[in-house]
Design a protein around this ligand. Structure first.
Ligand SMILES: [Zn+2]
Length: 489
């Protein structure tokens, strides 16, 4: 003979547990719920067909939680609704599971508010627990384009329309959160017609908004081609080995660098030991650790902006390199005090050992640096042509001058005369190369150009090394490096 306590324990652990399995996937009919509850009640109070016992405490009271005076038993209907709410929650949160993928893809579900009652019998069952789910979930605003400002639960524990008294505004009910956020990511209080109490305002202010605007890509301080690359990367569209393999173009999806894992975007930029090495060099390791848990898009955004925060600067060491044996290197430089101002041009020819062949300085007059640069190049090329130098390497620190020399059409450029002279001279020199050198490594020509600005004569030729540049020449010859701050792009 079972005691009442034993009956209650059995009812709660066995009777109510038996239908649990079915309740995970099906919402049972009302008559079944009633019958299940009836059987539990009868068992607890010891009522059988031949023997009736009074039910001293109501079933409603018994199915209350213990802390409010019940026995903590669950009514069949409540248990079934809870199971359905759980299924709904899992459908939305376990997106990597096959069943969830199948349902979400088939019925295009991406939101707890999706109305899927009529989609299929299973979905209809799951919808029976929706009202419980909606009571328990709270929205985390990201871009805010799916959350209703007044009627969704996103501030505190209740929707705002349950805490405040309306009417809120003409289109109040349909106001979305993103309509109240300025492009800068700040709250636009003026767009809310309802005077929000200060305590609510301060709660809203504390909610971080994740702007999903893509403007961050175009705000990165870098070249347009890098911004476009990051944009493409943000959309996950890059021909990685994984993608090529999936298309049947590559015969393997393995990362060609480490040969350990498929070369996905995440591997290529984050996981691969080679990429890690690069990130460790570019950013302090505590910062890298902070971004370990981010998904790829957030990580990409953080790292793209991180460079900007750090200033994107790095120090590199540059030096003058002698030409190969048999070749002659011509370094040129133009300099203008004040730009425009008193300008000079300098140039120097050296052999493969760094030996001085010929130096030259010119006083140009009052002009700009770029004019002085082109003057220096023209002077240098003229002399190279007249002396018949073969294998000349022209090195300048002016990228603008180099661009102009190789530009398609400069006939209408204000410096067309100088540019055209230089091009004619270049064509007369066999095997000529033009290269760029950082200013810090072009110090000999730079010094000669400055000498040029102080010349009383139009120009000066230095068959021997000038005393003023002797130390700089020596420094170049022995291969001294000089630090230079560069912007990382
Ligand atoms: Zn790898």
């Amino acid at each position: 003979m079972l005691s009442r306590a034993g009956r209650i324990t059995l009812a709660s652990s066995i009777l109510s547990a038996i239908p649990n399995y079915y309740m995970q996937g099906i919402y049972l009919p009302e008559v079944v719920h009633k019958e299940l509850d009836y059987l539990s009640r009868q068992f607890i109070w010891g009522t059988f067909r031949e023997r009736r016992r009074p039910h001293l405490v109501s079933w409603e009271r018994i199915t209350q939680p213990k802390k409010v005076g019940g026995l903590g038993l669950r009514s069949s209907k409540d248990a079934n609704q809870a199971s359905m709410a759980k299924a709904h929650w899992r459908l939305l949160t376990e997106k990597e599971k096959l069943w969830s993928k199948a349902f979400c893809e088939t019925y295009k579900i991406d939101n707890p508010k999706s109305n899927f009652k009529k989609l299929s019998p299973v979905m209809n069952n799951i919808a029976k627990g929706s009202h419980i789910l909606m009571k328990g979930i709270k929205w985390i605003p990201r871009s805010g384009d799916k959350i209703l400002f007044w009627s969704d639960n996103w501030v505190g524990n209740k929707p705002l329309n349950e805490v405040l008294y309306g009417p809120f505004s003409l289109n109040g009910e349909s106001l979305m959160i993103n309509e109240v956020i300025l492009p800068s990511g700040k709250w636009d209080w003026d767009s809310i017609e309802y005077p929000l109490p200060e305590d609510i305002k301060s709660k809203i202010k504390a909610i971080p908004i994740q702007s999903e605007s893509w403007l961050w890509v175009w705000n990165i301080h870098s070249l347009p081609k890098i911004q476009r690359f990051i944009w493409q990367l943000g959309h996950g569209k890059l021909l990685t080995k994984e993608a090529l393999f999936a298309w049947g173009i590559a015969d393997s999806d393995l990362c060609p660098r480490c040969q350990r894992k498929p070369e996905s975007l995440n591997h290529l930029f984050r996981e691969c030991p080679y990429s890690n090495l690069l990130w460790d060099t570019l950013t302090p390791s505590p910062i890298n650790a902070m971004f370990l848990d981010l998904n790829f898009t957030d990580w990409l955004r953080s790292h793209s902006c991180l460079q900007t925060n750090l200033g994107g600067k790095a120090t590199i060491f540059v030096k003058w390199n002698p030409p190969p044996e048999g070749a002659i290197k011509l370094n040129t430089n133009g300099f203008a005090f004040g730009n425009p101002g008193m300008a000079g041009a300098g140039r120097v020819f050296r052999d493969h050992l760094g030996n001085w062949i010929l130096g030259f300085a010119r006083n140009i007059g009052h002009t700009t640096s770029i004019v002085a640069e082109l003057w220096a190049i023209r002077d240098g090329l003229k002399l190279a042509v007249s002396r018949g130098y073969n294998g000349l390497i022209l090195e300048t620190d002016s990228r603008t001058a180099l661009t102009l020399l190789h530009a398609e059409n400069c006939n209408f450029h204000s410096l067309a005369v100088l540019i055209s002279d230089c091009r004619v001279l270049l064509r007369q020199l066999p095997d000529v190369q033009t290269t760029h050198i950082y200013r810090e490594a072009n110090s000999v020509a730079d010094c000669l150009a400055k000498i040029g600005t102080r010349l009383n004569n139009p120009f000066a030729v230095f068959e021997q090394c000038n005393m003023n540049v002797a130390m700089l020449l020596l420094s170049d010859t022995i291969g001294n490096s000089v630090p230079r701050d560069v912007t990382i792009i």
